[in-house]
Design a protein around this ligand. Structure first.
Ligand code: GLU
Length: 476
């Protein structure tokens, strides 16, 4: 299974290579999106490769969550999913080839001995460096140990030379081979270590652009050394910036939800999530923020990726979600809202939810928010006054109840047929004028009585969606 000199394809070939050892995180989703956008922008190909070589931590359930997350985000791929575990033979063959060519060597040091050497270095306050002692073993000794069945790992002999690359995001990055330990490429059980498996697969899959998180930068010189040793041109590397929370610390659970699925359950719509993720480390070159998918595809370039850390701002995500929600047709939101209502344990009672969704959508930031506001407008809902509602009632004192009583009397005169926004508005205006009270002092108490809060669609529309019978009941 020899690797043949493999000319780089004319159009970009990218890959998203998640390890199924956890959920699809925001950072992983952003990496997937950037690869997807660049593949689509450049007319290239996206390969999905599941890196399942950590057998203890990889699970099918995690793989499924990753696939579901990509599907939810609307990200597809052209080849795969391939499972890295299926290529163990090729990985081992690549290691053997490096061994045969004298670019790697056998090391009989056991894991225990290695650990002890590490501990000694630590106790002496030094950074552990592998001292290449296996290279000093005479050939007969290597043969003797092998014949005796002693297990060994294969280490890559890192050449003493400059290893540099022009990172598409960070510019030139240069390392010296002598600063990199001869790293293990094949474990004693014959399985490949990450750096070898990745290079072996990226070569075999003819990957032209490796775009991944910049936490991988330290792996890149090792991987470039392997490309050189295997005699294959290296791809373009683009290391996308780390994602921080608004406090400037690396995004983690402390900041709240980090799994894509959490945002789905929170009522973020895929279009908003995509748009938001795209701006985490990429800029269109101006202040444009609302960029639908086709715009993103059209404008996405590697040059637009920024090296400085990206900041995950939940308030901005919610704002962006609100922008997308307001553009969506109520019909598009029906199914997600129904799901959220079911999750809240609310039964729509067969009511047509579309007018309710339409009424609350302009002021909502999440689907969950819409569902909660729809629930408040359904017959029989329990209305709980929020702090602002309480404050208003306290401020108006007796006038609160008096105003409600007047409004109720006025509105009750409208029969079912005339219970329409225009007639309701006219009635309330007439009432305020006749009684000489401010329109707001008529409207706000109604809003609080009907929803518990002080913010909603215009009151005459609110009365209409709640319906005559239910609205009068609440005014009582
Ligand atoms: N499987 C690696 C990870 O999930 C990514 C490998 C790569 O992109 O080179 O971090």
């Amino acid at each position: 299974m020899e690797l043949r000199p493999n000319p780089m394809p004319a159009t970009p070939r990218l890959r998203f290579a998640p390890s199924p050892t956890g959920y699809l995180h925001v950072g992983g989703a952003r990496t997937a999106l950037f690869n997807w956008l660049y593949a689509r922008h450049s007319g290239g190909t996206l390969v999905l490769r599941i890196e399942d070589t950590d057998r203890e931590r990889s699970t099918d359930a995690h793989t499924q969550v990753i696939l579901d997350g990509l599907a939810w985000l609307g990200l597809d791929w052209d080849e795969g999913p391939f499972f890295q575990g299926a290529y163990a033979e090729r990985h081992a063959a690549d290691a053997r080839r490096l061994l045969d060519e004298g670019k790697a060597y056998k090391d009989f040091l056991t894991a225990g001995e290695l650990e002890a050497a590490r501990e000694r270095a630590k106790a002496a306050g030094q950074t552990f460096r592998y001292d290449r002692r296996a290279l000093a073993l005479p050939e007969e000794e290597v043969a003797r140990r092998e014949a005796a069945g002693a297990p060994y790992t294969i280490r890559f002999a890192v050449p003493d030379e400059e290893i540099a690359w022009d990172d598409a995001v960070h510019g030139r990055i240069s390392w010296q081979g002598r600063d990199i330990d001869d790293f293990i490429i094949l474990r004693s059980d014959g399985t490949a270590i990450y750096n070898l498996a990745v290079v072996s697969d990226d070569v075999a899959m003819r990957i032209t652009h490796v775009m991944r998180g910049d936490d991988h930068i330290a792996n890149t010189p090792k991987q470039i050394a392997l490309y050189r040793a295997l005699g294959h041109p290296e791809p373009v590397f683009a290391h996308v910036p780390v994602i921080l929370g608004t406090d400037g610390k690396k995004l983690s659970k402390r900041h709240g939800a980090t799994a894509v699925g959490d945002y789905q359950h929170m009522g973020i719509v895929p279009a908003a999530m995509r748009n938001f993720l795209a701006l985490l480390g990429w800029s269109p070159g101006n202040d444009d923020e609302i960029l639908p998918l086709d715009e993103l595809v059209r404008r996405f370039t590697l040059e637009g990726i920024q090296a400085r850390p990206a900041v995950f701002d939940l308030t901005k995500l919610e704002w962006m979600n609100g922008q997308y929600l307001s553009q969506l047709d109520a019909r598009d939101l029906l199914a997600p809202v129904e799901r959220q209502l079911a999750a809240l344990g609310v039964d729509g009672g067969g009511r047509d939810l579309l007018p309710l969704i339409g009424a609350v959508k302009p002021r909502a930031r999440t689907v969950t928010g819409i569902a909660e506001q729809v629930a408040v407008r359904l017959p029989g809902a329990t209305v709980t006054r929020d702090a602002k509602g309480d404050a208003l009632a306290a401020k108006l004192g007796d006038r609160f109840a008096a105003s409600l009583a007047m409004a109720r009397a006025e509105l009750a005169a409208l029969d079912d047929d005339r219970w329409q926004p225009e007639a309701l508005e006219a009635a309330l205006k007439a009432l305020a004028e006749r009684e000489g009270i401010k329109l707001g002092d008529v409207m706000q108490p109604i809003r609080v009585a009907l929803t518990g809060g002080t913010v909603s669609e215009p009151v005459h529309e609110l009365l209409a969606v709640v319906g005559r019978e239910e609205a009068l009941r609440r005014l009582d």
